[in-house]
Each structure stands twice: as C-alpha cells, then as structure tokens.
Design a protein around this ligand. Structure first.
Ligand code: PMP
Length: 430
C-alpha cells in the first residue's frame, strides 16, 4: 500500500493536533500502519491521497448508512446552504426531523437536538437525575456514551482501545455515583437495585453494544432492565446513538420490543453532520428548559444543514423497507464468510452482529460482555487490520469498535473482504 502522503499528513497533524487526531481511535494506536489520508468517498468506497481505494466499513463510525455522498442528502444540504447556515431561531427543519423521530420511535413523544452523542447522554442523565431527585446511575462495562465525566468509567471505544481505566481529569466525585455492571447480566442489575434502588436515577445502556465491538443483547437482558427500572422508579435510557435508524427504522427498541423512558440518537440522524438528540416520555421532556427547570442549551443545536441531511436520510430509509433487508442479507453473508473462514483456518473466532453492525472477535469463542471481549487476540486483530488495509479494506482500527455496512455495499465488497480475511487467517500463525 502506498502511504507517503498519509505519513506526511500524520507528521504535520501531530505537530498541531494531539496525537495527530481529533478523536483518539483515528490514530491507529491499536493496529500497525498509518491512518490513510482519505480525500474522497462515494457509496461504500473511499479513496486516499496516495491513490489507494478501500471498501469502507468505518463509514465515519456509523452515520453513513446510505454510503458516502447520497444524492438526496447532498441536494438537501445544498438547498439549505443557499438559504443560510444558522440563524439562532427554530426552523421548520427541526420540527420536521423531530416529527419523523417521534413517528418512527414509539417511546419518543418529544425530542431535543444537540450537536453530539456525548451531549445527548450528558443531558439525558441530568434530566433523569432531576426527574427522580436521585444521583446514582448504572452503566455497563464496555458501554460508551460519549466522554462526559460521569460516563467514562470502564467505558468502551477509545477508552478500551487505549486500555485506560478512565481518564485523569475526571474528579472522583464525578464518578462516585456511577455504578458499572457487566453487560448481559440482569441479575447483577437486580441485585444492585435491591441494595440501593431508591438512590438510582437511571440505567443507561447501548441496546446493542457497539463500543466493545458488536455484542448483541441476550434474551431477557433489555426486558429485565425495563422491569427492574419500572419497579424502582428509575429512568431507563437506551443509547441508540449507533443503533437508532440503523438496526431497524425504529431502532433497537423496535427490534427487541422494549420501551425505554429516554432514548439517545446521533450518527444516522445527522447524515454525517454533527447532530445528537435525546427524546422520550413527554412528562420527562417537558422538564427541559424553557418548558421546565432542567437547563440544557446549544448555539448550533438544530443546525439547519444538519437537520436537512437527517431528514433526507430518514426519508430514503422510510421509503424503502427493502434497504434494511438488504443490509441484513449482506450482514449475514459477511458473518457466514468470517465464520467459515475461521473454522477452516482453525482459528477461534466468534462474530457479533445485529443487522449492519458486525465484529469478528478473534481468539475467543464467546462474546457476551466486556470481560469476554477483553480476552480477544488484539495482536492478531492488528495483523488482520493491516492485511485488510493492504488489500483495500478499511475496517475500524480496533477490536473494540463495531464495523458498519451501508445500503451501498455490494456482494462483491463483502466477498472481497471475506477472501482477504480467509487469506490472512490461514497465513498468520496463531
Ligand atoms: N453513544 C454511543 C452508543 C456512541 O457510539 C457514541 C459515539 N461513538 C456516543 C454515544 C458519543 O457520540 P459523539 O461521539 O457524537 O459524542
């Protein structure tokens, strides 16, 4: 792989951006090689400044469910740019996107737009604490909900990739009220509530975990969380920043038939522009300022071009149910390909997948929780990642980041990715 321009960019970037990046995982610290210097994307493919072309399974970490540069999204954003970028006043596009979310997601009566998933999570926790008059929150090991202080404890994503337990700069007091429990273990949640249920404001969960790699919820886990939180009067928060409008139009909650009190969105609903949102029960959302006392604000919240992009994405997805079926079929093909190749190469591997979210975990046979996936063979994953790059496959550079499919990936893209996986597994010694 040619990488002269990528190296040059990294060198320049490292002088002015910490680690050469604006978000840690982008630095490729957990895999060999240099991050490609990407200059263009179209559909499921991206091209870098060195002339390499890749099949893209990063998709900007989730937003590009329609692939890069979908014409409908470009047209909508361009039309808005002709009229202005931001006004500091409510625009019709905000109402339209909120209406689409409310229509799509049964548990959501009202929505507040913010500019990132981090803000959505932080704000939902504030709201849950205000509404219950309690301070403690429950999260799950390997779950990532952005980088707000209280939610960094034993987090997934970059925290897991870099192997740091939390972050310096987070005061002990900020995490004192955060209880971290294992994913897929409802009994542990019940036990904590038995002990201190009257102090717990909220349980926040990725209904399909994506930030420790893709780990699906087991039967009974999400239902169990619903039952326990209802019994104790705590707020159940589904972080659907990754899963919302991705694993199904109505999100993971429609797939698993569980109704949370609050939901977080991001990624897909902004079409690649900076958008987050939280929404849910009307009585809760009405406590947000200015209709209620819980303060939360943002200069660029509800950014008109971002709203236009989100509406365009949702309209494409809503108009054609076969798009989800297509992604499911491609996901199955990729999963089967990985499983067969690993078996043939006699390499331990388990594949976590829900729809278009997928992770092959190397070196382990079971991936139900962060404790399981921590034992994955990360060195081997690094070698696989490097081999993929070499053969034109761009995969998230960490065993702890789910990969994504889009509506624009083809069978050929999937087959090429599987072939490269098979070649690498059979050639790399265990
Ligand atoms: N929640 C989940 C489930 C996420 O995957 C992410 C980001 N990957 C976030 C929250 C944080 O979103 P952002 O990076 O936009 O702050």
């Amino acid at each position: 792989m040619r990488d002269g321009n990528a190296r040059a960019l990294r060198e320049r970037a490292e002088r002015v951006l910490p680690g050469g990046v604006d978000s840690p995982v982008r630095a490729y610290r957990a895999v060999p090689g240099v991050p490609p210097h990407i200059v263009r994307g179209e559909g499921a493919h991206v091209v870098d400044a060195d002339g390499n072309e890749f099949i893209d399974f990063v998709l900007a970490y989730g937003p590009h469910i329609l692939g890069h540069q979908p014409p409908e999204v470009l047209a909508a954003v361009r039309a808005q740019l002709e009229c202005g970028i931001a006004y500091g006043h409510t625009v019709e596009l905000e109402v339209e996107l909120a209406e689409r979310i409310v229509d799509a997601v049964a548990s959501v009566d009202m929505v507040r737009f913010v500019t990132s998933g981090t803000e959505a999570a932080m704000s939902a926790i504030r709201l849950a604490r205000a509404a219950t008059g309690r301070d403690r929150i429950v999260k799950f090991a390997g779950g990532y909900h952005g980088h707000a202080d209280a939610l960094l404890a034993e987090a997934g994503s970059g925290i897991a990739t870099l192997g740091i337990p939390g972050s310096p700069g987070v005061p002990a007091a900020a995490v004192e009220d955060t209880i971290v429990l294992p994913y897929n273990a409802p009994a542990a949640v019940a036990a904590v509530f038995e002990r201190e249920g009257e102090q717990i404001a909220a349980v926040i969960v990725e209904p399909v975990a994506g930030n420790m790699g893709c780990v699906p919820p087991e039967a009974g886990f999400l239902d169990g969380l619903r039952d326990i939180t209802s019994k104790w009067g705590a707020v159940l928060v589904f972080d659907e920043v990754m899963t919302g409008f991705r694993v199904a139009y109505g999100g993971a909650q429609s797939l698993y038939g569980v109704r949370p009190d609050l939901s977080l969105f991001g990624k897909v609903i902004g079409g690649g522009l900076p958008v987050g949102a939280y929404g849910g029960r009307r009585d809760l959302m009405e406590q947000i300022a200015p209709s209620g006392p819980v303060y939360q604000a943002g200069t660029l919240s509800g950014s008109p071009p971002a709203m236009a992009a989100g509406i365009a994405v949702l309209d494409v997805l809503r108009a054609d149910a076969s798009l989800y079926a297509r992604m499911e079929r491609l996901g199955q093909r990729l999963q089967k390909g990985f499983e067969t190749a690993a078996r043939r190469a006699a390499v331990a591997c388990t594949v976590g997948r829900v729809g278009s979210m997928i992770t092959p975990f190397l070196g382990i046979e079971e991936a139900r929780s962060f404790d399981d996936v921590k034992h994955a063979d990360r060195e081997r994953f690094g070698r696989l990642h490097a081999a993929w790059l070499e053969s034109g496959v761009l995969w998230p550079p960490s065993q702890f980041e789910t990969a994504f499919l889009s509506t624009t990936h083809s069978d050929e893209d999937v087959d090429r990715t599987v072939e490269s996986f098979a070649r690498t597994l059979s050639s790399v010694s265990v």
